[in-house]
Structure formats: structure tokens, C-alpha cells
Write a protein that binds this ligand. Structure first.
Ligand SMILES: Cc1cc2nc3c(=O)[nH]c(=O)nc-3n(C[C@H](O)[C@H](O)[C@H](O)COP(=O)(O)O)c2cc1C
Length: 359
């Protein structure tokens, strides 16, 4: 699997998720079998580039290549400048966000709302390709199937983007109108794949090794991208990889391994965010790791009241020590089916906040 001239390790991608796929989480997913990880989106608004949030997002220290940065915005010249800015800071691939459903962004015509304005969407793609081409940096783009059920224009746009020089297209199998409701559909992704020659990545509701196999088969896509199902389960990538290679399921991870992975994750998380933000932003990750485990819900409630990184880290260690005395491996994880509860966790309000702050 290649993006332009850049070879990837495999065809299992972790989806960009603002507020989730920061550098520590991306690196963890890569370690656990994801072949590719795109950064959370970076705004094209220059005045925000100096902000703590954007500078954290533009920090790729120690990250394995290729470094892929997603940019979001509504103005072609500003998006071209954002591409240049991130290339100067080490981006080897630039991804354009036309997938975010949040309302505030859409009021400003960013994210998936751009799919409704085809000339502007194309102008942005052309400007970003033009800015990146002299550096040999490929441009990719992530979109939805269309604006609404009756306006599914992903195929038309895919052809236009390819003609503009975009080198890979990711399609989330929902319309902008759907937000995260309903189910992803794969026929449109399949039609996009049939319409273009650049690699196509299928995304939406891939929650298990079987689902990954089925979506790859149904769409003919070159790669599959996993978002919500990787929250608190970054080892899903090696599970999918193993299943695709052998047709067999891996045993669930050892409790001792998950303990170590999560404690390492927290260590990196605190280092990136500092004590005050670190302890707060780590809560959602910890909650995702423990939610399906015995005693997980009660632990999550108790942990949400801890205000100190060291105490939080120690509480997590103690939780897994106690769990390790009861079982050697995690319980077999049911297909979380992009489960409804995860949808609650990622409600539109949260997304709106993430997306609007980036656009
Ligand atoms: C919390 C959250 C944040 C997201 N942020 C972004 C983003 O910054 N850029 C983007 O293109 N998509 C974003 N998405 C969409 C995901 O990349 C993905 O397309 C979507 O979650 C569907 O895949 P899934 O069913 O595997 O989760 C976000 C999704 C979630 C849940």
C-alpha cells in the first residue's frame, strides 16, 4: 500500500479523531499494528497556530513516519498556507478534512459541509496540491458519502479530486446529515473505488476483525480505517491484522500487557499535556479501557474524581493489579458495533467543540 511514493506498513489505519488521536495514542496504535495514523486536524487559521492546542497537534517528536497532518478550513489560500506551515514542521503527507460533521464548522462551510459547495471543495484541493507538490508531499482527502441522503456526491467529487492531484481518498460511509447516527453504508465507497485509480480507504463502523474483512471485500478498498472501536482498544489493529492473515482470532490480551500499555500511554499523555490538563484529558481514555471490564464502571466513576496525575496513575495500576488476580486475560470482547454508548461518548457537542476549534 502506497501514498504517492510513500510505502505504508499495512492497510489498517487509525482514523483521525480530534481530542483522541493525539501523538501518544497514534504511536500506541502504530505499535499495536496500525500501518498508518493521521494527526488530529490542525486549523488553517493562522492566528491559532501559536496556541497551545495547535502547537501540541503540530508536535511529532519521536513519531514513526510517515507524518501525516490533517488540515481543516474553508479558504483555499489559507489551506495552502496551512499545508506549507505543516510541511515546514515535518509533515510528509497532508490530509484535507472534508469529513467532520459538526454544526459550527458547517456554518462556516468547513469539514463535510464543503461537499455541498463542489467548486470550493475543488478549489481547496487544487490549492493544497499546488502548495505541497514542490516539496514532493502527497495530498490526501477524507470525506463522507455526500451532503445528505439525496445528495451523495462522493463519486463525482472523488473523480474531481483525483484530477486535481489528490493521491488517496478516505470515505466515511455516512452523509453529513447523518452525523454518527444510523449505519455506515459501503455501496458508495465501492462506487468511489470503482471510479478512481488512487487508493481508496473505507471507513465507518469497523468494529471487529470480521467487519474489517467484510468491508474490504465489499468495497474493494485498498485499506480500512478504524476510529471509535480503537478507543480503549488500540490492539484491535493487530487483532484485525492477525485475522486477515490467518482467518483465526488472537487470544485477548493479557491483563498484565494491558496494564503496561495503559500506564505507558498515561505516562506519554501526561508528558504532552502537563499535570493539569493531563489528568483531565486522560479520564476518557481510561474510561474506554476499563468500561467493559468487571468493576470498570465503578472504577471510572471513582477515577473521575481524582485530580492528580500520580494518584490517577496509581489508581489505574491498582485496578489492573486487582484484575490480574482474578483473570489472566481480558474477557473476550464482544463486537462493539460502533456501539451506541460510544456514540454517546462522542456526542455532537463534543465533536462540535473539537471541530469548531480547529476550523
Ligand atoms: C471524537 C471524534 C473526533 C473526530 N475527529 C475527526 C477529525 O478531526 N477529522 C476527521 O476527518 N474525522 C474526525 N472524526 C471522524 C472519524 O475519523 C471517522 O470518520 C468516524 O468516527 C467513523 O469511523 P468509526 O465508525 O470507525 O468511528 C472524528 C470522530 C470522532 C468520534
Amino acid at each position: 500500500m502506497q501514498i504517492g511514493s510513500i510505502a505504508l506498513d499495512n492497510r489498517l489505519f487509525v482514523a483521525p479523531m480530534a481530542g483522541v488521536t493525539d501523538r501518544p495514542f497514534r504511536m500506541l496504535c502504530r505499535r499495536l499494528g496500525a500501518g498508518y495514523a493521521v494527526s488530529e486536524m490542525v486549523t488553517s487559521r493562522k492566528e491559532l497556530w501559536g496556541s497551545l492546542k495547535t502547537s501540541r497537534r503540530a508536535n511529532h517528536e519521536g513519531e514513526p513516519g510517515p507524518i501525516a497532518v490533517q488540515i481543516a478550513g474553508t479558504d483555499a489560500a489559507m489551506m495552502a498556507e496551512a499545508a506549507q506551515y505543516n510541511i515546514d514542521r515535518g509533515a510528509q503527507i497532508i490530509d484535507i478534512n472534508m469529513g467532520c460533521p459538526a454544526k459550527k464548522v458547517c456554518n462556516k462551510w468547513a469539514g463535510s459541509a464543503l461537499m455541498r459547495d463542489e467548486p470550493l471543495a475543488l478549489e481547496i484541493a487544487q490549492a493544497v496540491v499546488e502548495a505541497a507538490a514542490p516539496h514532493g508531499v502527497p495530498v490526501t482527502l477524507k470525506m463522507r458519502t455526500g451532503w445528505s441522503h439525496d445528495h451523495r456526491n462522493a463519486v463525482k467529487l472523488a473523480r474531481d479530486f483525483e484530477a486535481a492531484g489528490v493521491q488517496m481518498l478516505t470515505v466515511h460511509g455516512r452523509t453529513r446529515e447523518q452525523g454518527y447516527k444510523g449505519h455506515a453504508e459501503y455501496d458508495t465507497i465501492s462506487a468511489v473505488k470503482a471510479a478512481v485509480r488512487v487508493p481508496v480507504v473505507a471507513n465507518g463502523d469497523v468494529t471487529s476483525p470480521e467487519k474489517a474483512r467484510d468491508v474490504l471485500a465489499a468495497t474493494g478498498a485498498d485499506a480500512v480505517m478504524v476510529g471509535r472501536a480503537a478507543q480503549g482498544r488500540p490492539w484491535i489493529f493487530r487483532e484485525i491484522g492477525h485475522f486477515l492473515a490467518t482467518g483465526e482470532h488472537m487470544a485477548p490480551p493479557l491483563v498484565a500487557e494491558v496494564r503496561r500499555l495503559l500506564l505507558d500511554h498515561l505516562h506519554e499523555h501526561y508528558a504532552l499535556y502537563g499535570d493539569y490538563s493531563g489528568v483531565r484529558t486522560a479520564r476518557k481514555h481510561i474510561g474506554w479501557y476499563v468500561r467493559a471490564l468487571p468493576g470498570g464502571e465503578a472504577f471510572r466513576d471513582a477515577m473521575n474524581r481524582i485530580e492528580d496525575c500520580k494518584a490517577q496513575w496509581e489508581a489505574v495500576a491498582a485496578f489492573f493489579d486487582a484484575l490480574g488476580e482474578r483473570m489472566e486475560r481480558l474477557p473476550v470482547q464482544a463486537d462493539t458495533a460502533a456501539d451506541e454508548s460510544r456514540e454517546d461518548d462522542n456526542n455532537d457537542g463534543e465533536l462540535e467543540e473539537h471541530c469548531s476549534s480547529a476550523a
